[in-house]
Design a protein around this ligand. Sequence first.
Ligand code: SF4
Ligand code: SF4
Length: 261
Amino acid sequence: MKYINVEDIDTLPGKQIKEDQTFKFRCHPEVACFNRCCRNLNLFLYPYDVLRLKNSLGISSDEFIDSHVDIVMRKGYHFPDVLLRMADNKQQTCPFLVSQGCSVYLDRPDTCRGFPVEQGIFYDAVKGSCAPVYFFRPPDFCLGQHEEKSWTIETWQHDQDAKTYHRMTALWADIRRLFHQTPWGLEGFSGAKGKMAFMAVYNVDRFRDFIFNSSFLKRYRIKPEFLKKMRAGDTALLKFGFEWIRFFIWGQPSKVLKPKK
Ligand code: SF4
Ligand code: SF4
């Protein structure tokens, strides 16, 4: 997901699909291109993708990060992105691709869920408002675009069970755009604050340990109902990680978190 400026919107590749418009597409195992789109990808993983994949694989966040991703710093940002590492074979297939298709289908990343529709955030700097925008962008080899099944953005997202993913990605995108500027000072991202921020969003297991097994709860008060959800599940903990970055890194006020006096 990326932020799109108003002046760029007509120059982007693909066809913009507005919420009341339709597009035609159908993917199924009988298409000649089956699984071709799961090879040689620059597949960026968002924090919620990492959380779902490590739980799907039954491994820790540490193990997932060590064995499945590369961490890259993109130009113009001061927070790294996380790229799924392709398999070390001739076709550089996705590590989760098996002959029957996607082996992590129920927990596949946001980008795979939306494909071939890409979601961006349209940012109107004059009005200061944000809204999602969608582009239908199948690669030439994708034969699904010649099928007759018709979708709106709403029916497509429902079919792909993508709404929670899109919501979590949008929450992250809204924080990530803050990192056009650096908050790290002289120590840079590799300092203690950078490590803390990366852990809060990409290493939910370590973040859980930090919150519940350190002096954190002696130093900060978290709204009880939020704390209960954080104890019970990783998604609430990740949402708190987003909140923590706003509060701890950017000094923004929080409705769920306060320092104890
Ligand atoms: S290339 Fe398109 S039609 Fe082919 S498997 Fe991928 S999404 Fe389906
Ligand atoms: S996660 Fe699944 S759908 Fe996504 S590229 Fe890998 S095999 Fe394909």
